[in-house]
Design a protein around this ligand. Structure first.
Ligand code: SAH
Length: 381
């Protein structure tokens, strides 16, 4: 089971939802309606799906055997038809500021990172949507890894199950931000499926307003997202006020420029009393001048927006510097004077490399063509 889907051997492997070894369905990969149908096919009552969802997502059970309000007979039948895959905690690090980082091992042996950030002001889980990332933003360490593979919906939602358990937070309210490894809109279907699973009223029932999806601005994905029934908060990683500057930092900008992204944002169905967050990593001498702040304020006029400034988390291999506190303040003040709502993100968990853009694990590096194929087909061709 453990080497299921091992990619470095170049074998063609179909991952999920069917367990390739036993051809059982993986409960972690099923939305509740799909589980209801699967149970109906077995001649079981549909409401059993609600019970099972409650066990998995509310109570954090990882074994069918523990679902004690199902009869022993039913549990035995279910065990022949279903498995439940859960990411395994490999390491659990705690930062001096309360941030915690978990290294999780997936069923195929691949490792990913998820982060817990307390009191920001809410409790927040920072979740990955891909192993690695294909976006290659110039200041991001995850981007240096390249894309290893998309995560499945069960692996994305599974991080929330594991974190809630590891942090003893079952039954406590928390937010999730899709700001870990990966670009959520580059793994659109699995990401949205994970959100449907996490918001299901019979499971964790996470309110969509407690979820933030952060994206570099993949335009077709943004347009699709605007039509989704489940609407998370939106954060756009902007980082520069002009295409010339942004193209140097975010390669994708050469395909989908700032004007198009802002247009979609203006039309985006933002929830009442809510705003689109524009994330802006501040890089000394690159995008932190007063002129840049003024241009940013002009750009955002007419968008229901707020700006989150992220002073660079510097790291070896990242060819930029963090601006001085004085220039960070000056940038923020220039925005505020022009009526822009602005906050400065406090860097958390730097001592355990859990801060923004620092999530990186060892993995086989893929060529850009392989990365596109992985994103398109969910696995290696
Ligand atoms: N791909 C998505 C989700 C990643 S979120 C996105 O780009 O939005 C991670 C956030 O951290 C993004 O805003 C990203 O630009 C930012 N980030 C990346 N590297 C960073 C670094 N070295 N210092 C500070 N922020 C960084």
């Amino acid at each position: 089971m453990d080497n299921r889907g091992k990619m470095e051997e170049g074998r063609k492997v179909v991952y999920w939802p069917r367990d390739t070894v036993t051809s059982r369905l993986d409960l972690a990969e099923l939305e509740r309606p799909a589980l209801e149908s699967a149970l109906a096919e077995l001649g079981e009552e549909r409401f059993r799906a609600r019970q099972i969802f409650g066990w998995i997502y509310r109570r954090g059970v990882t074994e069918l055997e523990a679902m004690t309000d199902l009869s022993r007979g039913l549990r035995t039948v279910l065990a022949t038809r279903f498995t439940l895959t859960t990411p395994q905690v490999v390491t659990h690090e705690r930062s001096s500021d309360g941030t915690q980082k978990l290294l999780l091992r997936l069923a195929d042996g691949l490792e990913i990172e998820s982060v817990f950030i307390p009191d920001t002001p809410a409790m927040t889980f920072c979740i990955s949507t891909q192993a690695g990332c294909a976006m290659a933003c110039a200041f991001c360490l995850t981007g240096k890894m390249g894309l290893v593979r998309n995560l499945t919906a069960g692996e994305i939602a599974g991080q929330v199950r594991v974190l809630a358990d590891a942090l003893s937070m079952r039954g406590t309210a928390f937010n999730i931000v899709l700001m870990g490894m990966g670009e959520p809109l580059h793994n659109y279907d699995e990401t949205m499926k994970a959100l449907r699973i996490l918001t299901d009223e019979h499971g964790l029932a996470l309110p969509p307003r407690r979820i933030t999806l952060s994206t570099v601005g993949l335009l077709p994905g943004l347009e699709r997202l605007a039509r989704e029934p489940i609407m998370p908060n939106l954060a756009i990683s902007l980082h520069a006020p002009s295409d010339l500057q942004r193209g140097q930092l975010v390669p994708l900008n050469r395909r989908y420029g700032i004007g198009d992204i802002i247009d979609v944002c203006k039309r985006f169905p933002v929830r009442a009393r809510s705003r689109i967050t524009f994330e802006y990593v501040l890089l000394a001498g690159v995008n932190d001048s007063i002129e840049d702040a003024r241009a940013l304020a002009r750009l955002l006029a007419g968008v229901k927006s707020k700006v989150n400034l992220i002073p660079l988390n510097a790291a070896a291999g990242i060819p930029f510097d963090r601006p001085s506190d004085a220039s960070i303040d000056r940038f923020a003040a220039t925005l505020a004077e022009r009526g822009v709502l602005v906050s400065v993100r406090k860097s958390r968990g730097r001592d355990i490399r859990a801060a923004c853009g620092q999530l990186i694990v060892e993995g086989p590096r893929k060529s850009p063509a392989q990365q596109l194929a992985i994103a398109a087909f969910g696995r290696q061709p």
